[in-house]
Design a protein. Structure first.
Length: 159
């Protein structure tokens, strides 16, 4: 079984959203054989990836950064999406952190990078805004020789 993980931004500008969805769908639907998708189900790229992976018939493994992870969601809609996707998961892996901290997010991101055959990065190429951010997980994966596919539209920046 091929394992594809995701790291990416929580906020995806409207002008790149369709491009990201199309690229994720093409990469996941174009895969032959059984597929496992690994995601922390954060708002934005993680939830988008997980929903598309499930649509493409992949098994979903959710990597939960901390015991209080649900408290990190800023609005009811993203929390509801998280809960729905988590219920559809084949497997859940919980990191050993009580609180949602940058260290917990880093641990979840590196677990996904270590566990997948390829990492998809919904990333604008800019430095991470905190420990465990997208750029840091991309660098971690690349340092370990993991194939990384960056998905973004050139010239589009996050706010």
């Amino acid at each position: 079984m091929k394992r594809i993980g995701v790291t990416g931004h929580r906020i995806i500008p409207d002008e790149v959203r369709g491009h990201v969805e199309d690229r994720l769908r093409a990469l996941l639907a174009g895969h032959e054989g059984p597929l496992e998708a690994l995601s922390s189900l954060a708002d934005g790229a993680d939830q988008m990836f997980a929903a598309i992976a499930l649509d493409c018939g992949a098994d979903l493994t959710v990597v939960i950064p901390s015991a209080d992870y649900e408290e990190a969601f800023e609005d009811a809609a993203s929390l509801a999406r998280y809960r729905r996707l988590r219920r559809l998961a084949t497997q859940q892996i919980r990191m050993d952190f009580d609180r949602s901290t940058d260290e917990a997010y880093y641990a979840a991101g590196t677990f996904i990078a270590d566990s997948c055959d390829r990492l998809l990065a919904v990333w604008d190429g800019q430095p991470a805004r905190g420990h465990g951010g997208t750029a840091e997980i991309v660098a971690y994966a690349r340092d370990r020789g993991k194939p990384v596919t960056v998905i973004w539209r050139e010239g589009v920046r996050r706010d």
